[in-house]
Write a protein that binds this ligand. Structure first.
Ligand code: FES
Length: 87
């Protein structure tokens, strides 16, 4: 599990291994638009303020993945213990 800090909402949400970030923040009342939920459409793209995303989408380029400035929260996860997102 890892924590997602939702900076604008002032909420910290724990993401369990069987859950997506999209589901976890949704359960906390933060609704992010989504569509494919498979990392291909880009609808759920979210700005990363800090932390290192574990990118699992098929949309960002290698350069964008390395930059780590945004992530698709329907599939991508966290490499460390904590991500801070612009949510
Ligand atoms: Fe399509 Fe996340 S909902 S990439």
């Amino acid at each position: 599990a890892f924590d997602v800090v939702c900076e604008r909402s002032g909420l910290t949400v724990s993401v369990a291994p069987e859950q997506t970030v999209l589901e976890a923040v949704g359960n906390a009342g933060i609704d992010v638009l989504s569509s494919c939920e498979e990392g291909v459409c880009g609808t759920c793209e979210t700005t990363v303020l800090s932390g290192e995303p574990d990118h699992r989408d098929s949309l960002l380029t290698e350069e964008e993945k390395a930059a780590g400035e945004t992530m698709m929260i329907c599939v991508s996860r966290c490499r460390g213990a904590r991500l801070v997102l612009d949510l």
